[in-house]
Each structure stands twice: as structure tokens, then as C-alpha cells.
Design a protein around this ligand. Structure first.
Ligand SMILES: Cc1cc2nc3c(=O)[nH]c(=O)nc-3n(C[C@H](O)[C@H](O)[C@H](O)COP(=O)(O)O)c2cc1C
Length: 208
């Protein structure tokens, strides 16, 4: 069976990106084990729909059961097509840098563009239910500083990108999540940190 992976590559640094290099090691090791089809989604190089007043008018008209204008229907169709790439995948692979203790804004833009009722979740009298329940996620994080106990930036307070993404995974129904974190990527131990995280990624792919 072919494993369909949607790789959301959220660093704009191309091949120099630490998170992308680790993701690439994961994908190469995975391809040695099974047939893999990769759909690469680069939020920096993709015409993301603006989540603006017009789009929200379409969203709220839909929620109210009102007919959409042709323009609104076209806007909503773009959102659906983007979200379909998430539905089609078996695995969502995210690679991202920590930016100001959060996720890069283009990744947030992508998430805001696709996370709507009846697109990635349903909502009824029983509450929220994510629609990506059969998916797995692999999240690869790269951070310039260290987040261990005793550091100036301890994980619980400063590791917000990981917590946010894990909350979003739960929201859309993904329960199986593997995380790999490379820290202190900008310091003297950067190469060691990259090597360690790469080894973890290869190991994960081998038992995937
Ligand atoms: C705009 C910007 C903001 C950053 N903010 C943080 C931060 O809050 N904490 C941190 O540890 N590193 C921060 N960094 C460093 C990156 O997280 C680090 O260089 C990471 O390894 C980059 O990953 P990449 O190579 O995949 O892009 C920041 C880098 C940039 C460019």
C-alpha cells in the first residue's frame, strides 16, 4: 500500500532549513521501507486564500444556511481544494521553526484558511469532532535556543509552537502524533542537535 504524505514545509529557508533537513531524512528513510507518495505544501510559495471579510462572509453565510453568491462559492471552493490535500493524505508531516515562541505566521495563515466546520471538523449538539481521525501526524520542530529545565526559556512556558500544533491535531481528530525537536540549532551544539534529531527521524521512519 502506498503511504500518502502531505509535507507542510513551514520554514522559508529552503534546503538550509534545519527542520526541512530532518523531514527530508524522515522521508528518505520511509521511502526505503514502503512506497511513499509525497505532496509538498510550502505555505511560503503557495497562493493562500486571504482569510478576509469576503471569505468570512462566505463562511458565515454557509453557517447560517444562506445561499452563497458565485464569488463566495468560488472562494469556498478554493478552501475545499486546499483542505482536500489534507484529507487525501495518510500522514501529515509538519516541519517548522520556532518563531518568537510560536509557529511562523504563514503556517498560521494556512491553518486559519482550512480549519472550518464541515471542512476539517464538525460541530453539533455533541460538540466538536475532528474529521482527520484516520490520519497520523509527524511534527519536526527546530528551535534556536534550549528549552530544558533550568534554561531561561523552559518548555512549559516557551515551547508554544509545539503545544499549539498538538492542540490543533486534537481539534482536527488526529490522535497519533510523533514529535521530534531539534534545539539549540544556532549554538555551538547545533550540528550535534541536528544529527540527534535526524537519527530520531530515521528511527521513527524505520518503525513507521
Ligand atoms: C523570525 C525568527 C524568529 C525566531 N524566534 C525564535 C524563538 O522565539 N526562539 C528560538 O529558540 N529560536 C528562534 N528563532 C531561531 C529559529 O527557531 C532557529 O534558527 C531554527 O533552527 C530555524 O529552523 P529552520 O532552519 O527550519 O528555519 C527565530 C528565527 C527567526 C528567523
Amino acid at each position: 500500500m502506498v503511504e500518502h504524505v502531505l509535507h507542510i514545509a513551514a520554514s522559508p529557508r529552503g534546503e538550509r532549513s534545519v527542520s526541512a533537513q530532518i523531514a527530508s531524512a524522515f522521508l528518505s528513510a520511509l521511502a526505503e521501507r514502503k512506497a511513499v507518495e509525497i505532496d509538498r505544501l510550502d505555505p511560503w510559495d503557495c497562493d493562500l486564500p486571504e482569510v478576509d471579510g469576503d471569505l468570512l462572509a462566505a463562511k458565515y453565510a454557509g453557517l447560517a444556511g444562506e445561499p452563497l453568491t458565485p464569488g463566495q462559492a468560488a472562494a469556498w471552493d478554493r478552501i475545499r481544494k486546499l483542505a482536500d490535500r489534507f484529507h487525501r493524505a495518510d500522514t501529515l508531516l509538519f516541519s517548522l521553526p520556532l518563531w518568537n515562541f510560536s509557529i511562523p505566521y504563514k503556517l498560521k495563515h494556512l491553518i486559519d484558511a482550512i480549519s472550518h466546520k464541515d471542512i476539517l471538523f464538525t460541530f453539533d449538539e455533541r460538540g466538536l469532532s475532528g474529521m482527520l481521525g484516520r490520519h497520523r501526524a509527524v511534527a519536526i520542530y527546530a528551535r534556536g535556543l534550549g528549552y530544558g529545565p533550568g534554561s531561561q526559556t523552559p518548555e512549559a512556558e516557551f515551547g508554544l509552537e509545539k503545544r499549539y500544533l498538538e492542540t490543533w491535531f486534537r481539534f482536527v481528530g488526529i490522535e497519533t502524533v510523533d514529535s521530534i525537536v531539534a534545539e539549540q540549532t544556532m549554538g555551538a551544539s547545533g550540528a550535534e542537535s541536528l544529527a540527534q534529531a535526524t537519527a530520531q527521524a530515521v528511527e521513527l521512519a524505520r518503525r513507521y
